[in-house]
Design a binder for this molecule. Structure first.
Ligand code: OKP
Ligand code: ZN
Length: 343
């Protein structure tokens, strides 16, 4: 399987994340991608290639122009306001407040953020843009006939909504890729999100549409980030009713329980008969992930990769989360090797 990767991911190198009332080194850091690409090379998964540049249009096909314009200038506007640290919101348009978009950068950060742990720093937009191009290049490989590809995206994307960033995500790479499939002739695309956290951004983008089936298996939002979306009763709206499914699972969920949810999800994907499958591949379901509470072991990732392969669909893997960095390469590549099957 081909891996699409660029060193430009390292332009996203924030110094601070707000965690437990302290500013800490971000969990979502450049070494994550380095461990994954090293493992890809170590096992000889396949060629590693640079992304092509498809420009902004495929990003604007799923995100609001005003939101993307904001991401481009947020860091320079923050510096121009005279602040010394990295950019983070401190105020939101909360219940019963005005929806006017403020002028001041502090107000605009609150308007476009769904969470405040994710600092905006120098190079953040450039890395987020490159990450989306990595996803688009993977999609192109599938359109050109590959049965699978691995878009080693960083920063991740599945929390980024139509007009909101947060949860380490700025541009929704999986959604950008799905829309690109549709814009190149596909009728239906399925997105399976196996990251520990609910893919609220992806759900938001396709909530009212029937041309993208979105299914997420994740920590119950009653107990886990993003807390305000991802419940089982969210099944889509309007034309999208019946094309969104969530499998929230409780603390300490092991692979047997997780795999039973996956089995239901795979059955729903099979019935939908999509032209392509996109897997939002987060490996923060691992038993020793520092910010998550599922109990998958490294060999379980291989097993479920094979489960997904049994669908026999052209499949694009898009990297999302995973924060036990020492094992992130093994776990992510185990899914891909499980998908490919024994040599
Ligand atoms: C991004 B991705 C945990 C706080 C979690 C943000 C998590 C973002 C996860 N106590 N804060 O889905 O892996
Ligand atoms: Zn996650």
């Amino acid at each position: 399987m081909e891996t699409i990767f660029t060193e430009r991911h390292a332009l996203r190198n924030a110094k601070t994340e707000l965690y437990g009332g302290q500013l800490v080194e971000p969990f979502e850091r450049p070494s994550r991608a380095e461990y994954i690409i090293n493992r890809v090379r170590e096992v000889g998964l396949g060629p590693v290639t640079e992304p092509e540049d498809f420009g902004l249009d495929p990003i604007l096909a799923v995100h609001d122009q005003t939101f993307i314009d904001f991401l481009k200038v947020a860091w320079t506007d923050w510096q121009a306001a005279g602040f010394q640290g990295e950019a983070m919101p401190t105020v939101w348009p909360a219940r019963r407040m005005s929806a006017h978009i403020p002028n001041h950068i502090e107000g605009r950060l609150g308007y476009y953020a769904l969470a405040c742990e994710t600092s905006i720093s120098e190079g953040t937009w450039e890395a987020a843009y490159a990450s989306a191009q990595v996803a688009l290049t993977g999609a192109k490989r599938i359109l050109d006939g590959a049965n699978a590809a691995f878009s080693l995206c960083r920063p991740p994307g599945h929390h980024a909504a139509i007009d909101m960033y947060g949860g380490y995500c700025f541009v929704n790479n999986a959604a950008v890729a799905a829309q690109s499939f549709l814009d190149h002739g596909s009728s239906r695309v399925a997105i399976l999100d196996v990251d520990f956290h609910h893919g609220n951004g992806t759900q938001d983008i396709f909530d009212a549409r029937d041309d993208v089936l979105f299914i997420s298996i994740h920590g119950d939002p009653m107990d886990a980030f993003p807390h305000f979306l991802g419940h089982a009763d969210e099944t889509g709206h309007g034309a999208g009713e019946g094309y969104n499914f969530n499998y929230p699972l409780p603390p300490n969920t092991d692979f047997t329980t997780w795999r039973a949810a996956l089995s239901k999800a795979l059955h729903q994907i099979r019935s939908y008969a999509p032209d392509q499958l996109i897997v939002s591949l987060g490996v923060d379901t691992f038993e020793t992930d520092p910010i998550s509470f599922f109990k998958l072991k490294s060999e379980d990732f291989t097993t479920y990769g094979a489960d997904i392969a049994a669908l026999n669909l052209p499949t694009l893997f898009v990297m999302e989360g995973g924060y036990d960095i020492a094992e992130i390469g093994v776990n992510a590549v185990n899914v891909l090797q499980g998908f490919e099957g024994p040599p």
